[in-house]
Design a protein around this ligand. Structure first.
Ligand code: FAD
Length: 297
């Protein structure tokens, strides 16, 4: 049954410090649920899911807005929307994988409200920005009245929809180091149709090929996948099969074989295990070919 909106309590904090104080509640009291763009939360309320009666509306907090660039990287406020990511000139140039992911989140109306912090905190294994952020080595800034810390994206998810955040912490920003010159990025979502579907498999990847006297080698690679396990994950076995190797069809085949041990897809209403395994391998092959044609197709 739908939640009756009139029974919900929504607090509108004046600033971040006020919001953090409201997140700290006495034992036994209901802690408010942070509300950003509401594109997930309102769906849950509409479906009658039990997500509490108290909400903390973050939308007015200027401290959580804006995209700041520095020499070493970029900081996205948690309230930065998918549309803002799509339209930002530096992100388009230096972080095309994230921009491609933002463009795949629902349609334009959703992208105008859907925030990067909300996509991360919603913790769906099908969240589209997540593999891109993981492959780009993002850090998540979390804050409570006790202070601020940065959590590496790779260690953020502890289990299915389980975030490594303290109950009174909110996500304030996402940090992205500038990718080294010469690195390539890849993002691909496979769903039921070309737009506005939930992913059956989604992959973000970055890699760099080094050319030296001793030949051509994979210097660095990060491969992240969603919808193939309870959490978005790094394909560490596939990465290990690639780093230091000279690009060749044999190395690509070994990485694809290793990838099957990295992932644990299931059958569900959107797809089945075998299809997801097959598609994951094909996406990796596509990425490797884009990284260096010597990997073959
Ligand atoms: C029609 C439709 C299509 C969609 N399509 C896609 C899609 O293709 N791909 C995709 O990935 N998603 C999709 N979504 C889901 C959704 O749009 C995204 O997950 C979005 O990024 C959520 O952001 P939000 O700001 O709306 O979050 P909200 O709904 O406000 O919040 C989501 C969750 O995050 C928590 N939260 C939000 N901000 C913070 C914060 N700063 N700190 C701590 N916790 C926080 C909330 O408490 C809640 O648990 C779709 C949704 C709809 C309705």
């Amino acid at each position: 049954m739908r939640a009756a909106l009139s029974t919900l309590e929504v607090a509108r904090p004046r600033d971040l410090a006020h919001a953090l104080r409201l997140m700290r509640v006495p034992a036994g009291a209901e802690r408010p649920t942070p509300l950003a763009g509401g594109t997930d939360l309102l769906v849950y309320l509409n479906a009658g899911m039990s997500i509490g009666r108290r909400f903390l509306d973050l939308w007015g907090l200027g401290e959580l807005r804006g995209i700041r660039t520095a020499k070493t990287g970029v900081r996205l406020g948690a309230l930065v929307t998918m549309s803002e990511i799509r339209e930002h000139a530096l992100l388009r140039r230096r972080f095309p994988a994230l921009v491609a992911a933002a463009a795949e989140v629902g349609g334009r109306q959703i992208q105008n409200r859907a925030t990067v912090g909300g996509n991360i905190a919603n913790a769906s294994p099908a969240g589209d920005s997540l593999p891109a952020l993981m492959a780009l080595d993002a850090g998540i800034e979390a804050q409570s009245v006790h202070g601020r810390r940065t959590i590496p994206f790779t260690s953020l998810y502890l289990g299915y929809r389980k975030l490594g955040l303290e109950p009174d912490e909110i996500i304030t920003a996402v940090t992205l180091p500038l990718p080294p010159a010469g690195s390539r990025q890849f993002f691909r979502k496979v769903g039921t149709r070309r737009a506005q579907s939930i992913s059956k498999v989604v992959m973000g990847a970055t890699g760099r090929i080094a050319r030296s006297g001793s030949g051509v080698r994979v210097e660095q690679v990060r491969i992240a996948l969603g919808s193939v396990a309870p959490v978005t994950l790094r394909a560490t076995l596939a990465e290990a099969a690639l780093v230091g190797a000279a690009p060749s069809p044999r190395v690509a085949a070994a990485a694809c074989e290793a990838l099957l041990a990295d992932i644990a897809p299931i059958d569900d209403i959107r797809s089945d295990r075998e299809y997801r395994r097959e598609v994951s391998v094909r996406l990796l092959a596509q990425f490797l070919h884009a990284l260096d044609a010597r990997f073959g197709r």
